[in-house]
Design a protein around this ligand. Structure first.
Ligand code: IVH
Length: 674
């Protein structure tokens, strides 16, 4: 064969390989339905790479090695929501609903006879979507993501007929975020599943909608009849007085609203609505899992604000959990990232309301004892929304009662002794350094959505790398590049997935202080407390310098003794300090940003004492925080203002001695407006 002939054959082969690799890449990464095994895919890559190495002058423009990088950027663009997307607190019965209303009345200092109107509507079991219109034109459609940033799936909703691409009317705001639920109707879910192979089928309409929305190939989404119902407002330059007002505009713009909305002002009307919709539930075309009640008046909503990530002005009253019975096959122990040992029941798989369940939590060992649960018992289990299914009670005891579950004296993973603290029902592993399951739990927490948010690096990949000793502690995640060759050769990995992982890790290297604190996985330090700490210490260096100052921690409103002890213990330990230091070398930790405008009280230490007449204590404290003040509890020379209500106690005396500025309630209210 002459050289030209030989080379043209190589080129043909390279073209064929490039085409095949591209096709299978799309099937794997974009359609989630690989048609060849990972081994076969890697073989194609190797064949291509060997030829390219041997004949570098024949490398094609469309070589898989050239296009791999380009395909990576094909992921969804991340966009910051103009106003955060939050979630709802849950209520489970009429009493919880009454408490919700009482809390609102107390906060607003209202007597229960004055009226507050609530908009009541079904809670759709779908996914929230934020539609952002600029000058009336749909500019992006983002998923909730972590609440601050979501993924722009606009290409996938272009064919959703419920979502207008243009708002046609004379009164369209320049910018508006319209929020709602994207979902699949029950019949469309069944229809879709009937066309999918056994292992492609979705377990419920919500998962099917999620899978359809996050498809990278819009052609697939086109054939999935996603629906949309609006239920909320994010940012808008047009100011609305009430939800009703806003909904009137939505009607004009032909954006669908729920057909079953009621405006109510008494607990009985609210509860009647719940009962009515619960009775209709099975006849409704889409899945609903409760009723949402929200304060109609936006002014009142603003005053009420938020507790953590839930608005104080809204609640979801959930329908009762779906229940069924099944047999316990085995009881295992799971060790969490803080060492908590939770018993888990492995079950004979059952279908609860369309979801297949094969594991359920048994909470703790006291519960097992109280309910006298044994392997082989027939038990009742329940599943409520996203919550892990739970074992409620034993329905039929197994004949053999010689298999009592005793709690392990040693950690089932690392063999260290276990302890049960006096005021806790939870059993813990005492190993603080090298219990495998704890470390894996920490790694999962660290890279999870609410932590560093490393896309595509979940439990499966973390366990794999841990077993192979590529990562032993969280800081090792940033050193994975050195295992490139080994990782690419692993089952389930290849060039593309490795590059994707490195990109995801690099994207995670810029993080806000509160998220960084949260990601460390310190016991009792959840999202809310992390935020409180970030607000208090403002930047990472200050945080690390002052975190051992117990007196300072005690002054932080909202930080209890358990959290304080946990923080002190965490930062006493040498290996934790090393971890934080190593992480700081790799990550840019952003200072806490005060979103609030500067006000008279910004950065001032203030204390309330005595009974306030006009504004409730809770509202005052909340408002003070919004204005950037720090609320402390005991008067010292660092106190800037003492705000005095009726019948003040010893704080007033002490403040006078220390010559602290004293404000009356009227002064306070006046100055909050400055
Ligand atoms: S109002 C602060 N109304 O439920 C959020 N939400 O955890 C206020 N949802 O993310 C939302 N149906 O996506 C509202 N009729 C409804 C809803 C609804 C479903 C979702 C929403 C939110 C989640 C709350």
């Amino acid at each position: 064969m002459n050289l030209q002939n030989k080379e043209s054959k190589i080129v043909t082969k390279l073209k064929e390989l490039a085409q095949k690799i591209k096709k299978h890449n799309i099937l794997y990464h974009q359609k989630d339905s690989p048609k060849i095994t990972d081994g076969e895919f890697d073989k194609l890559i190797k064949e291509n790479n060997e030829l390219e190495k041997k004949y570098p002058h024949l490398i094609l423009k469309e070589s898989p090695n050239n296009s791999l990088g380009a395909e990576l950027s094909n992921k969804f663009e991340k966009i910051e929501h103009k106003v955060k997307m939050l979630s709802l607190a849950n209520a489970f019965n009429k009493k919880d609903l009454e408490d919700f209303i009482d809390r609102i009345n107390k906060f607003l200092n209202k007597n229960s006879s004055s009226k507050i109107y609530f908009i009541s509507e079904p809670k759709i079991d779908g996914l929230s979507l934020n539609l952002y219109y600029q000058k009336g034109k749909l500019a992006s459609a983002t998923t909730r993501g972590d609440g601050s940033k979501g993924e722009n799936v606009i290409n996938n909703i272009i064919n959703v007929k419920d979502i207008p691409k243009k708002l046609i009317s004379s009164n369209v705001p320049k910018e508006i975020e319209i929020r709602g639920e994207i979902y699949l109707e029950k019949k469309d879910f069944f229809n879709l599943n009937s066309k999918l192979s056994e292992n492609e089928k979705f377990s419920n309409p919500r998962n099917a909608a999620a899978g359809s929305l996050r498809q990278l190939d819009p052609n697939i989404t086109k054939n999935r009849p996603l629906r949309f119902i609006a239920h909320g407002l994010g940012y808008s330059d047009k100011k609305y007085l009430s939800i009703e007002n806003f909904y009137d505009d939505l009607k004009l713009w032909k954006i669908p609203l729920n057909k079953m909305i009621e405006k109510v002002d008494t607990i009985n009307l609210m509860y009647n609505f719940y009962k009515k919709i619960e009775n209709l539930r099975s006849k409704i075309n889409y899945d609903i899992d409760g009723i949402v009640y929200k304060v109609n008046d936006y002014n009142i909503q603003n005053r009420l604000g938020f507790v953590g990530k839930n608005p104080r002005w809204a609640v979801a009253l959930k329908f009762s959990a779906e229940k069924t019975s099944t047999k316990i096959l085995e009881i295992d122990f799971q060790i969490g990232r803080t060492g908590a040992i939770t018993p888990v029941a492995r079950l004979e798989t059952v279908n609860i309301g369309g979801v297949l369940v094969s594991n359920a939590s048994l909470h703790n060992f006291d519960e097992i004892e109280k309910k006298d649960i044994r392997i082989n018992d027939l038990v009742e289990i329940q599943r409520a929304g996203d919550v892990i299914p739970q074992v409620i009670k034993v329905i039929k005891k197994s004949k053999n009662r010689n298999n009592k579950i005793t709690f392990p004296k040693h950690c089932p993973t690392c063999g260290s002794p276990t302890i049960k603290e006096d005021d806790e029902a939870i059993l813990r592993c005492t190993n603080l350094n090298d219990c495998k399951d704890q470390i894996i739990g920490q790694l999962i927490h660290f890279s999870s959505k609410k932590g560093l948010n490393i896309d595509g690096f979940g439990e499966k990949q973390i366990k794999q790398f841990y077993e192979l000793k590529f990562i032993k502690k969280i800081e090792d995640i940033f050193l994975l590049q050195k295992y490139e060759n080994k990782i690419i050769d692993l089952n389930g990995w290849g060039n593309l997935s490795f590059k994707n992982l490195i990109i995801a890790i690099n994207n995670s290297k810029n993080i806000d202080l509160d998220k960084f604190i949260f990601s460390l996985g310190i016991r009792y330090i959840g999202e809310t407390i992390s935020k409180l700490l970030a607000k208090e210490f403002l930047n990472i260096n200050n945080f690390l310098q002052k975190i051992n100052d117990k007196d300072r921690l005690l002054l932080i409103d909202g930080l209890g003794p358990k959290a304080i002890n946990s923080l002190l213990n965490f930062f006493k330990r040498e290996n934790n300090l090393i971890t934080v230091n190593e992480l700081m070398k790799n990550i840019k930790i952003n200072d806490f940003k005060r979103i609030n405008k500067l006000s008279f009280f910004t950065n001032k230490n203030i204390i309330f004492t005595g009974t306030l007449k006009k504004m409730s204590r809770e509202e005052s404290k909340y408002l003070a925080q919004q204005l950037g003040a720090k609320i402390t509890s005991s008067v010292s020379k660092n106190t800037d203002f003492l705000i005095v209500g009726e019948k003040p106690g010893s704080k007033l005396k002490k403040a006078k001695e220390l010559k602290i500025n004293i404000l009356t309630e009227e002064d306070w209210i006046k100055k909050t407006n400055q």
